[in-house]
Design a protein around this ligand. Structure first.
Ligand code: ZN
Length: 241
């Protein structure tokens, strides 16, 4: 029998039987954990808050093997405000989905957890554009998993990418200049690339003044979704077209 005391963020919850739920929790020291929340679908359940995605709490889990039982949960900070805004909900769900997909079962990952926490906090308590937060988080995840995006040079000619239009190769997840790439590559505005280049140098607390338009937000989703599918073989449902 093991007992785990840990901070964690709930990324997913699925129904289990009549009254229970199984939650996926991302933690710094134990990676991804699955926890059974007994009786949590009853109206009077005390730990109902812990059965919702975005819950950030101190958990006590007990049991054996891969499915543990949540014995106790105490909220640390409330991130549920994210769900009050549509764009924040979409970006926040994509952040949870990315963290959930790249975290490993019971393997520590403090960098991923720290990025997840900063991203959710920024979404919940600041006016930062949700898709800027999502892109900053995604770029960080690509980097810590060994797939840092090359935002500086063309994959074909090796020259510095200019601030004009560029293209994105949906087969390899790389950028190239407009001149030396086939038209089947996805056109990306120079400003989208420029914002991405800036994001790699900034902390979450420094993103509040970055304003993006609908085109840039759309291109952000396209780049993250495409690159994520190439690197991790998985479609991000939260930002599917
Ligand atoms: Zn080129």
């Amino acid at each position: 029998m093991q007992q785990i005391l840990t901070q964690g963020v709930v990324t997913r919850a699925i129904d289990y039987g009549e009254n229970d739920k199984i939650v996926t929790i991302i933690t710094p020291e134990h990676g991804r954990l699955s926890g059974l929340l007994r009786g949590v679908k009853k109206v009077t359940a005390k730990m109902k808050f812990a059965s919702q995605p975005f819950c950030f709490a101190q958990f006590k889990l007990i049991g054996r093997g891969d499915l543990l039982t949540v014995a106790n949960a105490t909220e640390i900070e409330n991130f549920f405000d994210i769900t009050q805004d549509y764009r924040a909900t979409v970006a926040g769900s994509a952040i949870l989905e990315i963290a959930d997909s790249v975290s490993l079962l019971q393997e520590p990952d403090k960098l991923l957890f720290s990025g997840l926490l900063h991203a959710l906090k920024t979404l919940a308590v600041t006016e930062t554009d949700p898709d800027v937060v999502l892109m900053r988080f995604a770029l960080g995840v690509f980097k810590i998993t060994g797939y840092a995006m090359n935002l500086k040079t063309c994959k074909n000619c090796g020259k510095a990418l200019s601030s004009d239009m560029v293209r994105f190769d949906a087969d390899t997840g790389e950028f190239c200049c407009i001149h030396c790439s086939p038209t089947r590559y996805i056109p990306i505005s120079g400003r989208t690339l420029e914002i991405m280049q800036n994001l790699t140098k900034l902390q979450f607390a420094e993103l509040e003044n970055i304003v993006i338009n609908d085109t840039e937000a759309h291109e952000f989703h396209q780049i993250i979704r495409t690159n994520f599918a190439i690197r991790f073989g998985k479609d991000l449902k939260s930002i599917a077209v």
